[in-house]
Ligand binder design. Structure first.
Ligand code: DC
Length: 226
């Protein structure tokens, strides 16, 4: 079993998902998006009429009844399954779910649940795991760790270009404000805040193509696994 792992963390809309998928494709590895798992909890909460910002106890109490799994999709990636039914990717990416995901990610019981789910993905072999706390908490012994980021303007531009992920009538300024609010919340929470691991390589992707970022990650990974 190939037990190498690449950890990629970074703020919202930094381009890390695009890059992580590309790295996985080039290496024939399995891509694991941990944000989707938090988004699944957020969606389950919203569907149950629970307010993720003001009712954390209800979410903690309901967690055991929401059976969330991350399963290989047969195409080099994993998809999130809620109570036996795969969740369509688009349902996880709406602005409402994005905000609710950042709220549920603050809840200690949710993070404990996720830690187990995410560490279990090590059994998939060579994995490229992407999130906010992968290098710091989930996979502290990962073979190579990266913090992928970009300037706030660049990130707002990228997010605005992703149809379905922004509210109707969104502008560059409103998207930038929304990203900044979520980043602040993600990096200031008590447990597992967004931050680079001490041994992570930071890549600022302004002016770089996904291909260039992926190649840089692969070069470092190949050196580290020798
Ligand atoms: O990467 P994303 O935008 O899909 O993540 C959605 C939310 O989930 C994000 O606001 C923070 C949270 N998250 C987290 O706290 N830890 C992770 N490892 C991944 C995501």
């Amino acid at each position: 079993m190939n037990q190498y792992q690449i950890a990629i963390d970074g703020p919202a809309a930094s381009g890390k998902s695009t890059v992580a998928k590309l790295v996985a494709k080039k290496l024939g590895a399995c891509y694991v998006n941990t944000g989707s798992m938090y988004r699944a909890v957020a969606l389950a909460a919203l569907n149950a009429g629970i307010n993720p910002a003001s009712e954390p106890d209800k979410i903690a109490a309901s967690l055991a009844s929401w059976n969330i799994e991350s399963v290989p999709d047969g195409e080099g990636s994993t998809s999130v399954v809620l109570n036996g039914v795969p969740i369509p990717a688009a349902a996880l990416r709406t602005p409402e779910v994005s905000n609710a995901a950042s709220d549920v990610a603050k809840i200690p019981a949710v993070r404990a649940y996720m830690l187990e789910l995410q560490r279990a993905c090590r059994s998939l072999g060579l994995i490229i795991m992407e999130g906010r706390d992968i290098g710091t908490v989930v996979l502290p012994d990962a073979t190579a760790k990266f913090f992928v980021t970009a300037s706030p303007e660049e990130r707002a531009r990228r997010r605005l270009a992703q149809t379905g992920e922004v509210a109707e009538g969104a502008t560059l300024a409103s998207v930038a404000a929304e990203i900044a609010r979520r980043d602040f919340q993600d990096s200031h929470r008590a447990i597992a805040p967004l931050k680079p691991a001490e041994d992570a390589e930071t890549i600022v992707t302004d002016g770089m193509t996904p291909e260039q970022v992926a190649d840089r990650i692969i070069t470092t990974f190949e050196q580290k696994r020798k």
